[in-house]
Design a protein around this ligand. Structure first.
Ligand code: NZQ
Ligand code: ZN
Length: 388
C-alpha cells in the first residue's frame, strides 16, 4: 500500500425526505442561486416545480441555465459563467445527471478565473478557487455528486477533457433514490456500466497489499451486478435504486475505495476521445472498450484477474489454468454487459475505422495513459481496432 492522504469535503444527504432540506442548505450560501439543469427531464418529472417551491420558501432568488447537453458543451458552461457574473450569483445548484453536475462544476471554477474556462481542460492553467455548488442527483452513474472531477466537451474542436480539483467537490449532494425511478432503461444500463468501470479503473492496479481496498471494489461490483438487474426489471424497485445510487457514489468519490493504490483510467481516457467525436453516451463507449482493455492487459497481473473472476463472477477455478480463469472472468464481464443490453462493438454505435488514428493520437496528448500497463498511441489504436 502506498502512502496517501484522503479528504472528501462533500456532505451527502441520502434518502427520502432529504430534498425538503434544500432551501436551508442553499440559503447558507446567499440569497441568489444559479439553477443548472438538462434537457427537460426535471420538468416532466415534476422535480423542477418542487425545487422552485423549496427555493422560493427559503427566499432564494433563482436564475436559470437550462439545456445542459449529455456530453456537456463548453459553450453552455460559458453561458453559465456569464450569468453568474452579470447577476453576482454566489452559489450554483445542479439538478440532474453527471452532465449537469459537471457543467455546474466548470461554471463554478470559471467564474473567478480571468481567462477562458477551456484553459483548465487543456492544462494551461491551474484551478485555485471556485464558487460553492450543491447538487440534487437524478441519475446514478458518474459519482460526480461526491468527487472533484468534471468532463466537458469542446464541440468545435471535437475534444472531451477532464479537470479534477478539490475546489470542484460539491458542498452538499442530495441523493434521493426515488428521483431515479424515471431514468429510462438505456440510461440505467449506462449508469451500471459506468459505475462498474470506475471500480475497474481502481481495482486493476499494480499496487500490492491492499486487501481492504480490493474487497471494497469487489463488494461494489457485486452489489451493482445484483441490483442492476433488479432495477432494470422494476424501475421503481426502492431497494435496488437505493443500492445503485450508493454504489455509484462510492465507486468514484475521490478514491476512497482505492486509497494508497495506483489507479489506471486509460479506458476512460480512450472513451472520452470516442464520445468527443461521435457524441455517444460515455458508458456505451466504456461497455465496448473495457473488456477489450482487459484482454489487452490481463497478463500484466494475472493474479488480480484470477481474483476478479473467482470473487466477483464466481468462476470455478477447479482444473483450470490461471489464464483460463482470468479469461473466463473477462468473458463474464462481457456477458453481463450484453445481458443488460449494453453494446459490445463500436460498429453497433455506427463507428468505423475512419477516425481511429485521430482518437489514438488525442488520447495520449498529455503522454501515455494508464498505470496498470502504460499505453502508447499504438496500444490505444490496437484496443480501438479490437473494438470495431
Ligand atoms: O437532460 P435531461 O433532460 O435531464 O435528461 C437526462 C439525459 O438525457 C436523462 N436523465 C437524467 N436523470 C433523469 C433522466 N431522465 C429521466 N429521469 C431522470 N431522473 O439522462 C440522460 C443522460 O444524462 P447524463 O447526465 O448525460 O448522464 P450521466 O450521469 O451518465 O453523465 C454522463 C457525463 O458524465 C461524464 C461523462 O463523460 C458524460 O459527459 N463523466 C463524469 C465523471 C465525473 N464527473 O466524475 C466521471 C465519468 O467517468 C464520466 O466521464
Ligand atoms: Zn465513467
Amino acid at each position: 500500500m502506498n502512502p496517501f492522504q484522503f479528504h472528501n469535503p462533500t456532505r451527502i444527504m441520502f434518502g427520502s425526505g432529504m430534498l425538503d432540506q434544500l432551501g436551508s442548505a442553499v440559503s447558507q450560501y446567499g440569497s441568489k442561486v444559479l439553477l443548472v439543469y438538462g434537457g427537460g427531464s426535471i420538468k416532466t418529472t415534476g422535480l423542477y416545480d418542487r425545487i422552485m417551491r423549496l427555493l422560493q420558501q427559503a427566499n432564494v432568488e433563482v436564475h436559470e441555465l437550462p439545456g445542459v447537453e449529455p456530453n456537456p458543451r463548453v459553450s453552455t458552461v460559458r453561458k453559465g459563467i456569464s450569468i453568474c457574473r452579470e447577476y453576482s450569483i454566489p452559489f450554483i445548484l445542479a439538478v440532474g445527471g453527471g452532465s449537469v453536475l459537471d457543467a455546474a462544476k466548470a461554471i463554478a471554477v470559471g467564474v473567478p478565473y480571468e481567462g477562458d474556462i477551456w484553459d483548465f481542460f487543456m492544462r494551461k492553467a491551474d484551478i485555485h478557487s471556485a464558487l460553492p455548488l450543491g447538487t440534487v442527483l437524478t441519475l446514478s452513474a458518474t459519482g460526480s455528486e461526491m468527487n472533484g472531477s468534471a468532463v466537458i466537451t469542446n464541440w468545435e474542436d471535437q475534444l472531451k477533457k477532464a479537470i479534477g480539483s478539490i475546489h470542484c467537490y460539491p458542498a452538499f449532494s442530495i441523493l434521493d433514490p426515488a428521483l431515479t425511478y424515471t431514468v429510462p432503461r438505456n440510461q440505467t444500463v449506462n449508469g451500471i456500466v459506468d459505475m462498474m468501470s470506475h471500480v475497474f479503473e481502481q481495482y486493476f492496479s499494480r499496487t500490492t497489499n491492499t486487501p481492504l481496498q480490493e474487497r471494497f471494489c469487489e463488494s461494489i461490483l457485486q452489489t451493482v451486478i445484483e441490483n442492476g438487474e433488479k432495477a432494470l426489471h422494476n424501475p421503481e424497485h426502492e431497494e435496488a435504486r437505493a443500492n445503485l445510487m450508493l454504489c455509484g457514489t462510492y465507486a468514484l468519490n475521490g478514491g476512497m475505495i482505492s486509497v494508497g493504490m495506483e489507479n489506471d483510467w486509460a479506458t476512460h481516457m480512450i472513451e472520452h476521445e470516442v464520445s468527443a467525436i461521435y457524441d455517444i453516451a460515455h458508458a456505451e463507449g466504456l461497455s465496448v472498450l473495457f473488456p477489450n482493455w482487459m484482454k489487452y492487459v490481463y497478463k500484466e497481473r494475472l493474479d488480480r484477474f484470477v481474483q476478479f473472476a473467482v470473487r466477483v463472477w464466481q468462476v470455478d477455478p477447479a482444473g483450470k489454468s490461471d489464464e483460463q480463469i482470468a479469461l473466463e472472468g473477462i468473458q463474464a464481464t462481457r456477458d453481463y454487459f450484453t445481458r443488460i443490453g449494453a453494446p459490445s462493438r463500436l460498429s453497433e454505435l455506427n463507428i468505423d475505422a475512419k477516425e481511429l488514428d485521430r482518437m489514438a493520437k488525442e488520447t495520449v496528448r498529455f503522454g501515455p495513459v494508464g498505470s496498470f500497463k502504460a499505453l502508447h498511441e499504438s496500444d490505444v489504436r490496437s484496443i480501438l481496432e479490437m473494438s470495431l
